[in-house]
Design a protein around this ligand. Structure first.
Ligand code: NAD
Length: 253
């Protein structure tokens, strides 16, 4: 499959770590200019350094995706710095260790929904007009297998990722005739800081995490990055409104 990305521009949220950073590096390696957005500015700057050290082109823009003014400013910076926007990967997300549903708190609910749902909604709200003005483009949002099914003690996170898929499908049908494709990736357990915070303290949890995937292991950030690049590429020209599991077969069980 050929990727025809050269000279184009992508904005990635949560690009200071994990899946976002790996995807930023992968897009840069394909010749795209990358806007690296994150609330953690030192880590976002480190992603930019890695990209530049490999000969790529990137800029860091600080952004808390829960703040409308930050998101508006981010998209203005994209135009100021590179003059165009072709793709967006709305990936910033958080998970907080939860109990069962009735044990959850309003603070947990607001925090998770704020980043995972409002953040994705705000990003698309400010990206879609730019893509329309340019005649098209593609957006990928990070959902999760927790957005396709349920797991115990993840109710708010799971609800937030179902909502990301709802936003993805809605935007896909509303903007299809504007030549904008909108898809989601749904990773299962991927080896990132988020995974390490949730599982690594307890070796039994880590073993369980590997075992829920028929392939017998957790996934890598690069495996999610390739799925994002595919969804943005011309190879996926007829794919929109889709929630693509990147899950080592977990959802097939
Ligand atoms: P991570 O914690 O390694 O990285 C997340 C990045 O998002 C961090 O750099 C963090 O600073 C940034 N971020 C957090 N809140 C933000 C905010 N308000 N504004 C801007 N940036 C913010 O996590 P990851 O594992 O790479 O997760 C990336 C996405 O993948 C998330 O949406 C997560 O829910 C999803 N996901 C992860 C897994 C997994 O197993 N790691 C599985 C399924 C889905």
């Amino acid at each position: 499959m050929s990727m025809t990305f050269s000279g184009q521009v992508v904005v990635i949220t949560g690009a200071g770590a994990g899946i976002g950073r790996a995807t930023a590096l992968a897009f840069a390696a394909e010749g795209l200019s990358v806007i690296v957005a994150d609330v953690d500015v030192p880590r976002a700057e480190q992603t930019v350094e890695f990209i530049r050290a490999a000969g790529g082109n990137a800029h860091c823009v600080p952004c808390d995706v829960t703040r409308e003014l930050d998101v508006k400013h981010l998209m203005e910076q994209v135009l100021l710095i590179y003059g165009r926007l072709d793709y967006a990967f709305n990936n910033a997300g958080i998970e907080i260790e939860q109990g069962r549903l009735a044990d959850g708190t309003q603070d947990e609910f607001d925090a998770i929904m704020g980043v995972n749902v409002k953040g994705v909604w705000l990003c698309m709200k400010y990206q879609l007009p730019l893509l329309m003005a340019q005649g098209g483009g593609a957006i990928v949002n990070t959902a999760s297998v927790a957005g396709l099914g349920a797991a115990p003690k993840m109710s708010i996170y799971s609800a937030s990722k179902h909502a990301v898929i709802g936003l993805t499908k809605s935007a896909a049908i509303e903007y299809a005739k504007k030549h904008i494709r909108v898809n989601a990736v749904c990773p299962a357990v991927i080896d990132t800081d988020m995974f390490r915070r949730a599982y690594e303290s307890d070796p039994k949890k880590a073993e369980f995490a590997a075992a829920i995937h028929p392939v017998g292991r957790i996934g890598t950030v690069e495996e999610v990055a390739s799925a994002v690049l595919y969804l943005c590429s011309d190879g996926a020209a007829f794919t929109t409104g889709h929630a693509l599991a990147v899950d080592g077969g977990a959802m097939a069980i």
